[in-house]
Design a protein around this ligand. Structure first.
Ligand code: DAH
Length: 709
């Protein structure tokens, strides 16, 4: 039992084909975890820090001690009975691990065993197949083990029986086509088989020779020759190989070169500065990734715009996101969001208040996006257990402070300051999925108008006759689908009419062809309004939701100190979405572009000018999939999106979870994500993308404990 447990802890990297076939274990000191099954195991504990033996004890006790002293429990020598276990600092463990791994790798490479991996797809042309096989044979002759991965495309749902049957036929046919070629290898094992792929392994000739002819001198000579040849075989390169170990090693070399070449580093710098690794010390917020603790390490305080915020277990912001604060695209001259903000301003300024001799609506567009949970949620009646409060949906600075998820966060403060009609415009932050229309930072405009009895009934030209009997509040009013408790239906209907007229007027102004567009009001639910609606317009047969709105919950007014004499409407609209439709901008990331090709198209003073964005040019997408076996926990896609965005920055166009399943035999969960890379302003090189992709793989392993498939 103990052996099995320990061995499983120590057996690292069976995926490396030649190691697998040489049955080599890389013995790397391993952290020890305590499970109910092993808690009573006796171990010999050594205190590495104070260099003293702590004697024999149960693994459970050792673990407690480690926890108490904030050290790591490391299995050191399993051959002793009881096994040697040490208490270490993470730093020391990392050091020893790296050294042991490096030694072992060196040892393995001294044995001159290399891998050669190649991927074959069923529609490969005969000519290409023969070239690939010829390369494989050459590599085999030089002592490589060969890994064929036959790739049949996407996974198929078990319920899609017809597709499954067709896939099985494809696999059979392809294997039959390969068979005559594979017969030239003495041994071919099927390593794994699934609907997606079949992995075939040809063990290295050297290993076979080594084990059978250990004492044969001539064989040794032969092997020596082969080994010598193999050292040249590093040059064997199949251009079509995708997941080749050799290539991987090569790309690591390329990677190093990238880091040390100043020009390339400068090109890549903007995309990498904010990623959180230990190497990237350049993070201005001192957020770092600790590979030992396998966690993002935050400093005790984050300094954002010269203000200090203590961090805690809720902190989940990253440098990439924090660097957006203060950019205020909506205030940047010649930016599409600036023009849109101007148009909103112009439109709402036309509503005039004759009593104050000034515009009715105040426009506030410079409030800091760092708010309290009270502002973002409690003040507008979002319940304590509402999903919108979770860490997976928001960027928290600490338990009580976050980057506002909507401009509604300022409703109560602005009403309390005495405003009764206002727009509040600003950047908002959400941990969202990534695609051409979603970005973790975008801009919103909140609109609020309050009415007292006079404004609603007496001054309202649409209400004729004796108005004295009309009231906003009544003692016997109950809540139903049309209104809140306390509100009279006539008050609600007048406010609803005002809201809907304001919004339709606005869109008539923004879209010159609004009269020809279909639009509709869809019933909706928000914690801060009742009744609530969404406004949608139809463009080219597709319905676009432009905003959410409704009659403000009276308790929101109460939170701002207003008593039972006011009623109001509110709306919240997303600026990017409207600008994308108005100007025909195809991708939300363009709003963050500093490319003059983009900005120059908006370089004009008259914000009412009708322009259509002309794409600068279309650069190719590059699609890379990432399949992983989950570790202890299943990755939440929003965590994955965040990590990808942190590492790849704006080169990430889209991230989609394309496949997820549970393998009952292995008792493991698998997820496959498709990452689409595309730069908005240049063609990306394969090396560049590989480098980022490798980085993502590495950090996934570190952060989520996954195994890349
Ligand atoms: N705050 C909502 C959001 O971000 C939008 C919204 C809906 C704002 C309804 C409102 C409203 O003021 O009444 O999704």
């Amino acid at each position: 039992m103990i052996r099995r447990f320990l061995t499983s802890q120590l057996f690292v990297s069976t995926r490396f084909v030649s190691q697998y076939y040489s049955k080599k274990k890389i013995l790397v000191p391993s952290r020890l975890g305590v499970t109910p099954g092993n808690q009573h195991l006796q171990v010999n504990l050594f205190d590495d820090e104070n260099k003293q033996s702590l004697g024999r004890m149960s693994l459970n006790e050792a673990q407690k001690l480690a926890k108490f002293r904030e050290l790591i429990l490391v299995l050191f020598d399993e051959s002793h009975d009881p096994p040697d276990v040490r208490l270490m600092t993470g730093k020391n463990l990392a050091h020893i691990r790296d050294e042991t791994r490096a030694n072992k790798k060196r040892e393995l490479s001294n044995e001159k065993i290399a891998d050669f991996a190649l991927r074959l797809r069923p529609h490969i042309a005969d000519k290409d197949l023969l070239t690939k096989l010829a390369n494989a044979k050459a590599a085999y002759a030089k002592g490589c083990s060969i890994r064929f991965s036959l790739d049949f495309g996407h996974s198929i749902d078990e319920k899609e029986t017809e597709k499954l049957a067709a896939r099985a036929d494809d696999q059979k046919a392809f294997l039959a086509r390969l068979k005559p070629h594979l017969e030239e290898f003495p041994k071919v094992h099927t390593n794994s088989k699934s609907v997606r792929s079949i992995i075939l392994i040809v063990p290295s000739k050297l290993l076979a020779e080594k084990s059978t002819k250990k004492t044969d001198k001539s064989a040794d000579v032969q092997q020596g020759e082969a080994a010598e040849e193999e050292s040249k075989s590093i040059d064997i390169e199949d251009k079509n190989i995708n997941i080749s170990r050799n290539i991987r090693r090569k790309s690591m070399i390329v990677l190093k070169r990238f880091y040390t070449r100043p020009i390339l580093r400068r090109i890549l710098y903007p995309y990498r500065t904010n990623a959180t690794t230990t190497q990237r010390k350049s993070d201005p917020f001192n957020i770092e990734y600790d590979p030992i603790k396998q966690a993002i390490i935050y400093p005790p305080e984050l300094i954002i715009q010269n203000k200090k915020y203590p961090t805690d277990s809720w902190t989940n912001v990253n440098g990439h996101i924090l660097s957006r604060i203060g950019q205020n695209l909506h205030q940047r001259k010649n930016h599409p969001l600036y023009h849109l903000t101007n148009r909103l301003r112009q439109h709402f300024y036309q509503y005039y208040d004759p009593r104050k001799l000034s515009p009715k609506f105040s426009i506030i567009d410079d409030l800091r996006p760092i708010v309290t949970t009270e502002q973002n949620f409690d003040s507008i009646c979002i319940p304590a257990d509402h999903v919108s409060r979770t860490k997976t949906m928001n960027y928290y600075i600490n338990k009580n402070t976050l980057l506002r998820a909507h401009t509604s966060a300022h409703q109560v403060d602005l009403m309390r300051s005495g405003l009764n009609a206002f727009l509040c415009i600003g950047d908002v932050y959400r941990r969202d999925h990534i695609d051409p229309t979603h970005y973790p930072v975008f801009h919103q405009c909140e609109g609020v108008q309050l009415f007292n009895k006079e404004e609603l009934f007496i001054e309202n030209r649409n209400v004729r006759g004796d108005k004295d009997y009309l009231q906003i509040f009544g003692p016997n009013e109950y809540r139903d689908a049309t209104k809140q408790e306390g509100h009279t239906l006539e008050a609600v209907k007048l406010v609803e009419a005002s809201l809907k007229k304001t919004i339709t007027d606005l869109f008539k102004n923004l879209f010159p062809n609004a009269a020809t567009l279909n639009s509709r009001w869809v019933d909706a639910t928000f914690p801060f309004t009742h009744p609530s609606w969404e406004y949608e317009i139809e463009i080219d047969g597709k319905w676009y939701e432009l905003l959410g709105c409704g009659i403000m919950e009276h308790s929101v007014l109460e939170n701002s100190g207003l008593s039972k004499d006011h009623i109001g409407w509110a709306f919240g609209l997303g600026l990017e979405r409207i600008a994308m439709i108005m100007y025909g901008i195809p991708d939300i990331r363009l709003f963050w572009s500093n490319d003059s090709g983009f900005l120059s198209q908006f370089a004009f003073d008259d914000s009412t000018r009708a322009v259509r964005y002309k794409p600068i040019s279309i650069y190719p997408q590059c699609i890379n999939d990432l399949s992983m076996w989950m570790g202890k926990t299943i990755i939440d896609p929003s965590d994955f999106h965040d990590l990808v965005r942190t590492i790849g920055g704006d080169l990430i166009e889209q991230v989609v979870l394309i496949d997820e399943f549970y393998n009952a035999k292995k008792q493991r969960h698998s997820q496959t994500y498709r990452i689409i890379y595309r730069s908005m302003d240049r063609t990306l090189t394969k090396e560049e993308i590989n480098m980022i992709h490798k980085d993502i793989e590495y950090h996934c392993k570190q952060q989520f404990g996954v195994e890349i498939r």
